[in-house]
Design a protein around this ligand. Structure first.
Ligand code: BG6
Length: 502
């Protein structure tokens, strides 16, 4: 919920210039521009709005706009309407500039000031850093030196994509630099998972349904599983992934955000900081992570060759820009506990991996069994109550409970209620960005990570990364198209449980 509303005459004032550093890059073309186009279609763009795309190459405005049009044609969820495009086209401007050149920022400021006067954007600025992370500091310093970080109108906001550093130390260094120029409230750290529909729905499901909230605890829940499984490999991102691995790429951010939302206490209200504070407490309550603990509770994997959907795919070390002797993990499975009154004793199992046999992101909540007294439990037929929050590709809720089987008159069978629908566009798509860009303009940072959350999740992830660097697991240890290393399955079997692939 908004705390720093941009109120003008009683209405939200979304007027702004969105300055995109990296205007010719992949993120801008695939996600940001299609998102902005769809925001226009949905009537979410303010009347006074401009996009200034910054790129190094020499290009006319027309050329740039034509390239954007081609990307929107390709990646937008809606077909391009000529009238709407004609409108958007006028709002998009190209500015040639090498952002590493700090002497060039005053000229950029002058350009933006003049544009602001013409377009009536109220001096409000959003700087979106759609560039490789090694440039974050350079750009922020340039903005600071050019006196562009201070709000001229209602605000100057900074948007950055992950990775925020590569460990706690580098994240702190980066954050220090950002804070020298911008205030924490004006920094929007994107975790695109928070833009997904079902992730936003977790709080609504939990806190607007007494039937769920009443049973959301260790007395009734046996275990919770969070799986973010991908069929895709690393593709062309080998050099990035070599620096990251699954822990930095998926666990430190997306999985920790989901874990926090699933396990948090009800916030005192829906204000951004009340929610973020409760989320942070979850990460702080995770049991102590020691090397001894990790030895028994974590499994790392790296994919070898295999077959996915009938197609033979290469192993990780055969991918482009990956060294043949790479020790980078493409899979992690882990068991952990949250040591607070609500969750002590109920394990959380998390897993994520590339090149797995099925694609899907879901949260499975498995409830405890009743005592085996009245309806004797036949484990071949009966199954536990399960509540599944399906994030993608299916979106919605699945619930499983037991009923009498009418055909045999005596058996008890699981009944499956599924409200979910297939939505292929729930991936890392422009749709999540529509919501996120809209929130940035509105000044609502609920769906972005606050610094202390980032710090806490790095503290957690660093211990795992350090342990992984010392471990001598033999890679590759799972075939592409499988469900990861056997040890990941054993991790749950040792507890008499199994991964649910619903
Ligand atoms: C990104 C990771 O953050 O999330 C990618 O860097 C991963 O490696 C992607 O593939 C998954 O996102 P989504 O939305 O497609 O599940």
């Amino acid at each position: 919920m908004m705390e720093n509303k941009n109120i003008l005459n009683g209405e939200y004032d979304l007027s702004a210039i969105l300055v995109i550093f990296g205007g010719t890059g992949d993120l801008t073309h695939r996600k940001l521009m299609p998102a902005i186009y769809n925001m226009l279609l949905d009537g979410l763009l303010p009347e006074h709005f401009r996009v200034v795309s910054i790129g190094r190459r020499d290009k006319s405005e027309d050329e740039y706009r034509n390239e954007v049009r081609a990307s929107i044609d390709k990646f937008s969820r809606n077909k391009v309407d000529e009238d709407k495009w004609a409108k958007l086209r006028e709002l998009i401007l190209y500015y040639k500039f090498d952002f590493r050149d700090h002497d060039g920022y005053p000229a950029l400021k002058e350009y933006l000031d003049k544009l602001d006067d013409r377009a009536g954007t109220g001096g409000n600025l959003v700087y979106y850093l759609a560039v490789a992370p090694e440039y974050f500091e350079t750009i922020v310093q340039g903005l600071q030196k050019g006196n562009m970080a201070k709000a001229k109108g209602l605000y100057s906001r900074l948007v950055i994509e992950k990775p925020f550093g590569k460990d706690l130390i580098t994240a702190r260094q980066l954050n220090k630099k950002l804070l020298e120029a911008f205030e924490e409230k004006d920094i929007y750290r994107i975790d695109h998972y928070l833009g997904k529909e079902m992730i936003q729905n977790i709080m609504v499901l939990r806190f607007s349904n007494p039937i769920f909230e009443a049973i959301w605890n260790n007395k009734l829940i046996d275990n919770i599983q969070i799986s973010l499984n991908e069929k895709l490999g690393v593709g062309t991102r080998g050099d990035y992934y070599e620096q990251a691995g699954a822990i930095r790429d998926m666990v430190q951010n997306h999985i920790m955000q989901i874990l926090s939302l699933v396990a948090m206490e009800p916030p005192v209200n829906l204000k951004t900081d009340s929610i973020r504070t409760e989320k942070l407490k979850v990460v702080e309550a995770i049991e102590e992570i020691t090397p001894e603990f990790l030895r028994d509770n974590i499994v790392f994997g790296q994919y070898g060759r295999g077959i996915i959907d009938g197609i033979e795919v290469p192993g990780y070390v055969e991918e482009g820009r990956v060294p043949k002797d790479s020790r980078t993990e493409t899979f992690v499975a882990m068991k952990l506990h949250i040591n607070n009154f609500r969750w002590a004793g109920t394990p959380f199992y998390i897993r994520t991996g590339k090149r797995l046999g099925n694609y899907g992101a879901e949260i499975v909540i498995q409830f405890k069994d009743l005592p085996n007294i009245l309806y004797f439990k036949d484990s071949n037929i009966q199954e536990p109550n399960l509540l599944v929050i399906r994030i993608q590709p299916n979106v919605g809720v699945f619930f499983q409970f037991n009923t009498k089987d009418f055909s045999t008159h005596h058996d008890i069978v699981p009944t499956k209620m599924d409200t979910s629908y297939a939505n292929p566009s729930q991936g890392n798509t422009p749709e999540a960005y529509e919501r996120l860009i809209y929130d940035i303009l509105r000044g609502d940072s609920t769906l972005f990570s606050r610094w202390d959350e980032v710090e806490a999740t790095w503290t957690f992830a660093d211990k795992i990364i350090r342990y992984r660097e010392q471990s001598n697991v033999k890679f590759p240890n799972y075939e592409a198209g499988s469900m990861g290393p056997m040890e990941a399955i054993k991790l749950l079997e040792n507890d008499n449980r199994k991964w649910w692939n619903i």
